[in-house]
Design a protein around this ligand. Structure first.
Ligand code: NAI
Ligand code: CS2
Length: 458
């Protein structure tokens, strides 16, 4: 039997304590992937379990109908299973109401954005979903009718025409100052397409920054089989698996009402940067290093790579000697203890987080995860051998020898390898006129270090 509103689940699987049928949809979420379902939707479920009302979520998929097919036949219901060395814990989440497939239901997406009940638009559309050029500005060639910006422009215009109030646009993606980036990029789009709307958005909408953290691997068929057994034979096609840990730090700057996400442990603050930068440079920087170095050494999962005695010291150095010293910690933020906690999370033997998933979209990730740290230390005349080792592994990886490179820049990177060759690739990527020059330019010592590392890998 398939999970739905009438399914009788085992008593240990706790579900919504509120009447789902009467909740209005206060949130429209773009990018209804695994992370949103294991993170923001859980905090929202917690808030409604505590008495908040009308924070149902309408999901919008811009790329495929897969998640709509997973959740809509289940009345939006799905389970979140926390996995760790001490066992699994499964919970039924009720905050998701319906998933729209944007390409087939454009008018419904526009109507959801214009609806009076809608207060928040949130996003987990991956780093590449923001359609940025190499220097972080809007790439209009990518920002076509199917982009998030086109839907936002239509929906916000309909909202303004109907006399609706401004909205809070909440990016939950792993970008530095994600709210500021979203605001700037949408502003560039509207300046070209609808300047009057751009002014309305600037006057009435808010774009708070957030730091989001929960490790959520893509769900596998084995996961679904295990969860069906835990559900007494009921199948959940929208199930997600994750770790017990979850953190959400949110800039308290909303255009209107919001759920009491603090009930589930979210923290509201005036400035998210200390939390966000620590997370991007320490957690995500180490994650990407484990991905490329681990794959090169035949590992498949994070817990295998972090257990590799050849990699563990390098990851420790990346976190403690390179990323942490580049940060200005928030009051009370203990970065050494944070590194300890990250290493323990990475070692979770119950969570098969694929290195190949983390390796995706590296061109969109390395600037905030590695290059920002390199640039920080370069300004003080210091070098970062651990990050440079990881960077060399990424450079070798994007050559694509023997594997597919899943990256929006895969083709230009492969072309760069062909044109520049082994002798020219470092300069083509990280020289004064290189592809990533606006983030960091390698000096002679860096080039020598990268060449030594590359000599080993390709
Ligand atoms: P996922 O693959 O399950 O979902 C990705 C979502 O992004 C899908 O809805 C997809 O349609 C959408 N998307 C992809 N490319 C797009 C594009 N060019 N334009 C618009 N939408 C696009 O991935 P998951 O796990 O949900 O992660 C999504 C994002 O959430 C990550 O990229 C990251 O920014 C953030 N995140 C993920 C965490 C995780 O451990 N999975 C943890 C913390 C943040
Ligand atoms: C990972 C992140 O896929 C990746 O790039 O580094 O999704 C990571 O799992 C999350 O940021 C953890 O909060």
């Amino acid at each position: 039997m398939r999970l739905n509103a009438g399914a009788a689940l085992p008593p240990h699987v706790k579900g919504p304590a509120y009447d789902r049928a009467v909740q209005k949809a206060g949130i429209v979420h773009f990018g209804i992937g695994a992370f949103h379902r294991a993170h923001q939707a859980v905090y929202t479920d917690d808030a409604m379990n505590a008495g908040d009302r009308d924070w149902g979520i309408i999901g919008v998929s811009l790329r495929s109908g897969d998640v709509a097919a997973q959740l809509n036949p289940q009345d939006g219901l799905y389970t979140v299973t926390e996995k760790s060395g001490v066992g699994n814990s499964t919970r039924l989440i009720g905050s998701m109401q319906h998933v729209l497939v944007a390409a087939q239901e454009r008018a419904h997406v526009v109507a959801a954005l214009a609806a009076p009940a809608s207060q928040i638009i949130s996003f987990t559309i991956t780093e590449k979903g923001y359609c940025r050029t190499g220097d972080g500005s809007l790439d209009f060639a990518q920002a076509g009718a199917g982009s998030v910006y086109a839907y936002l422009a239509e929906g916000l215009a309909a909202r303004q025409a109907a006399g609706g109030g401004g909205l809070t646009l909440l990016s939950c993606d792993n970008l530095a100052e994600n709210g500021r980036q979203l605001e700037a990029l949408l502003g560039q789009y509207l300046a070209q397409h609808d300047p009057a709307l751009a002014r309305w958005v600037a006057e009435t909408c808010a774009f708070p920054c957030t730091m989001v953290d929960r490790i959520v691997p893509a769900t596998t068929a084995q996961d679904r089989a295990e969860i069906a057994a835990a559900l007494g034979g009921i199948t959940d096609e929208g199930a997600v698996v994750t770790e017990p840990f979850s953190q959400w730090v949110i800039e308290d700057a909303f255009a209107g009402p919001r759920p009491r996400w603090q009930v589930g442990g979210a923290q509201f603050t005036a400035d998210v940067r200390a939390f966000e930068t620590a997370k991007l440079r320490m957690l995500n920087g180490a994650h990407s290093a484990l991905a490329y170095l681990g794959l090169a050494r035949g590992a498949d999962y994070v817990h295998q790579a972090i257990a590799d005695p050849a990699l563990r010291p390098l990851i420790e150095a990346l976190m403690r000697d390179e990323a942490a010293p580049s940060l200005t910690p928030a009051p009370g933020q203990d970065l050494n203890a944070y590194a300890d906690a990250l290493l323990a999370r990475f070692a979770n033997p119950a969570l098969n987080h694929k290195l190949s998933q983390i390796a995706m979209d590296g061109s969109q990730k390395i600037p905030q995860r590695w290059l920002a740290t390199l640039a920080h230390h370069q300004a003080a005349g210091r070098h970062c051998p651990a990050i440079l080792s990881a960077l060399a592994a990424w450079i070798a990886y994007v050559k694509g020898d023997g594997h597919k490179v899943d990256d929006p820049m895969a083709a230009p990177l492969a072309a760069l390898w062909r044109e520049a060759g082994r002798d020219g690739i470092l300069n083509a990527l990280f020289g004064a006129q290189g592809l990533f020059a606006q983030y960091w330019v390698a000096d002679a010592a860096d080039i020598a270090t990268l060449n030594r590392a590359l000599a080993v890998s390709c």
